[in-house]
Design a protein around this ligand. Sequence first.
Ligand code: LLP
Length: 425
Amino acid sequence: MPVSPVQSPAELLSGSAETGHGIEQVSLSAIATEYGTPCYVYSKAALLAAWHEFRDALAPLSPLLCFAVKANPNLAILNLLAGEGAGFDIVSGGELARVIAAGGDPAKTVFSGVGKSHHEMVQALQAGVHCFNVESPAELHRLNAVALNAGMRAPVSFRVNPDVDARTHPYIATGLKESKFGVAWEQAIALYETADRLPGLAVRGIDCHIGSQITELDPFAQALDRLLELAEALIQRGISVDHLDLGGGIGIRYRDETPPAMNDYAAVLIGRLQGRREKLLLEPGRRIVGNAGLLLARVEYTKTAGAREFALIDAAMNDLMRPALYQAWHEVRSVHNEGTPRRFDLAGPVCESGDILARDRDLALKEGSLIAFLSAGAYGSSMSSNYNTRPRPAEVLVDGTRTHLIRRRQQLEDLWKEEQIPSAG
Ligand code: LLP
């Protein structure tokens, strides 16, 4: 059972390909038999180990750690983290409702996102969120009006754009000057002065989020230095903030990346923040759940096409979108070695040429074999869709020798229950 965090994808697996892999003390073939495939499977121990490592490394700063709900919004996972004292980072009214349904505390929840609607602002004010991370002047003025109308003061931070290069995939780098996210560094002071004067707002913090799957420390150090610079400039102008929110973004190993060790990441933050009065907030997602989950699938057919050999599997891009969307690499393992390894492309049944979940993998498999896509705990299930009228997969949480179904497989009727055929005439 993983008692330390999974650092390398295959560490999530127990057993061997000879005897059949499992998660903790449960075999993956037993899970496939009981719950069917495709199926997301998570290890409770691995999830908690990652959370504890994060929490313990930063303990000297007593930060508020707000799990980024978008990484994995399953109620069972949110509930587990809420039980560990986690706060949450949300980007929609839907995520707020989930946090509440899972037993999370809105007072430990920060509301990020560039396009908060009027309705979402009202909902979050009434729930009593910890802070709104505001991303534009227009949003600031709307939030002020909404709060005044409700007879309240909205707690605010600006998500500032520190213009540091996170050196990650362009689709998930967010801290650059021309990104749609955040407010420009040059505008920040003037915006804080405005916010400080508006009667419906209470300035609480400074926020940034420079990107995701960041595998170097330097971008975090640079971003934090810029936040501290801004905090000082604001103090000079008589505005003091209670917290500094450095966002999420710390990466994991999918293949051969070397993401920072938690203690090294923590040292960068502790070195800069110890002794300061502002509280640290962080919004980690991937680092907590990414390597604690896998997608279990079954081979339907094998087929050769010219020089290539395909394994056609029952999971597809609608279940795990990252390979098609970002050319992301997920490690694939046969649950049992069956035959001699051959080189396969693993393709799903969706009618798109992009529906390839992995290319050129040497695997010992045949029709009916089970395979596992590793490092699928973050942005796997949460980005899944019903494309091609495919029900979203089941999700299972393993805890020692026990399994819990934490999301039942969608039934076909679920897929069209909101639709209607207009009555004739
Ligand atoms: N805070 C904010 C404001 C964010 O936008 C995000 C992620 C996070 C925190 C959490 O970042 P993390 O610690 O998980 O890196 N779908 C992409 C990732 C998109 C990330 C979006 N924002 C993927 O599958 O790689």
